[in-house]
Design a protein around this ligand. Structure first.
Ligand code: G3I
Length: 372
């Protein structure tokens, strides 16, 4: 698909124009900022939606993160078998298109759903602490080692902290790795990742920590502990799964929490930004399932929310990137997760056309670039 390139005289910068309008990537590159999206290997490989999925990535993002293809259940098929077929495809495609790759996730610290291989969970009672530690090291060394120099950052540990107080240290979730190794499964995970790629930036990633509160306090206490042990942790990933009513304002809890990360000597990233809204409820097999806003006015609120989040992130020097949890509304996780009650959470609509939120993010980028 031919891309039209023209110079925007007023701002003296080159904008790549695609069928979806002027791409955001060229703007992100000029700021510069890592601007990414969660991507599915199969969706790229199958060139879905008449090529619009691939084209939207190429036009709008300079980074991508496999949504699920680098998770343990996707890779770790049995004790010694790791299947890199899908992750290799996506990472090779990204590299070939000069798109940076962010890894997600070496340890998804939960037992439920698509987080830990079922066969490993089933072995729990037969594994000693030492055997579990050796397995963790084997897996992380293999996965990180395979992509040395091609994955810029890793979510080493994801969602280790419970949403409610549970009496465990740092209110950690009761996960397989916690039961086998205690709190220090987190330290070991970062240590093994660093062993395999000392140049990769290593993150702890979580949600419901963004504006402060108990879970955030647990995380900062955990970070203090990890740093006291010399754990090679470089950053905090704030997922930012939000609603259209969420509008960060300077000095509020969102800004304060990001400042706390800087005060802890770490970088931060917005890792999974989406801003959901109530949608028209349809049968799950309806092509518009989760895609039609219940109140069209929410699209304007969504644009304001996205602009405020992006402005906030770009206002801090230790921002290592902004990443959306999906390329466009059509393949977002939210409709399925919400039983079809919420969705339309990203910048491109069901047909990959820019929404008001896309334009508001573009305008924040242009303002950040400033006049040449
Ligand atoms: O690949 C299997 C397939 O073989 C099987 O037939 C099918 C039937 O159950 O499941 C498929 O796995 C699904 C997987 O996505 C890959 O498509 C899981 O069921 C499904 O639960 C999983 O959902 C993902 C979820 O994480 C759980 O891992 C979502 O797509 C993904 O958007 C979501 O992303 C998480 C981040 O990793 C962490 N932060 C929160 C975020 C949203 O929950």
């Amino acid at each position: 698909m031919a891309l039209l390139m023209f110079s925007a005289g007023l701002l003296g910068m080159t904008i790549i124009t695609t069928p979806q309008g002027s791409g955001l990537r060229v703007l992100a590159d000029q700021i510069p900022v890592n601007f990414g999206a969660a991507v599915g290997s199969d969706l790229v490989n199958n060139n879905v939606d008449g090529g619009k999925y691939r084209q939207s990535i190429l036009s709008n993002f300079n980074m991508l993160e496999p949504e699920n293809d680098l998770k343990p259940p996707a890779l770790w098929k049995s004790l010694k078998e790791i299947d890199f077929t899908k992750s290799d495809y996506l990472i090779n495609w990204a590299t070939a298109n000069n798109i940076k790759v962010r890894g997600h996730v070496l340890v998804y610290a939960s037992d439920g759903g698509y987080t830990i291989p079922a066969w490993l969970l089933a072995m729990e009672s037969s594994l000693t602490k030492k055997q579990s530690l050796n397995l963790l090291q084997f897996y992380i060394n293999r996965v990180v080692g395979r992509y040395v120099g091609r994955i810029a950052m890793w979510d080493v540990v994801n969602e280790a902290i419970d949403d409610s107080a549970n009496g465990r240290p740092y209110n950690l979730r009761n996960s397989f790795w916690y039961r086998k190794l205690g709190v220090d499964f987190i330290h070991y995970a970062f240590k093994f990742a660093y062993q395999s790629d000392p140049n990769c930036k290593l993150y702890y990633n979580d949600y419901n920590i963004e504006s402060g509160g108990r879970k955030a306090n647990d995380m900062f206490a955990l970070i203090t502990y990890l740093k006291s042990k010399g754990t090679p942790i470089h950053g905090v990933g704030f997922q930012y799964h939000r609603a259209v009513t969420d509008v960060p304002t300077p000095g509020d809890g969102y800004y304060q929490t990001i400042q706390r990360v800087r005060d802890a000597g770490l970088k931060f990233m917005i890792t999974e930004l989406d801003v959901a809204m109530p949608v028209v409820q349809l049968p799950s097999n309806d092509p518009n399932y989760g895609l039609i806003p219940l109140d069209p006015a929410d699209l304007t609120k969504q644009a304001q929310s996205y602009a405020a989040h992006v402005q906030m992130a770009l206002s801090f020097p230790h921002c290592e990137g902004i990443q959306l949890w999906g390329v466009g509304d059509k393949h977002s996780w939210i409709p399925g997760f919400s039983g079809g009650t919420r969705g339309a959470a990203l910048l491109l609509d069901k047909d990959y056309n820019p929404k008001a939120a896309y334009t508001s993010v573009r305008d924040v980028f242009i303002a950040k670039i400033g006049p040449k």
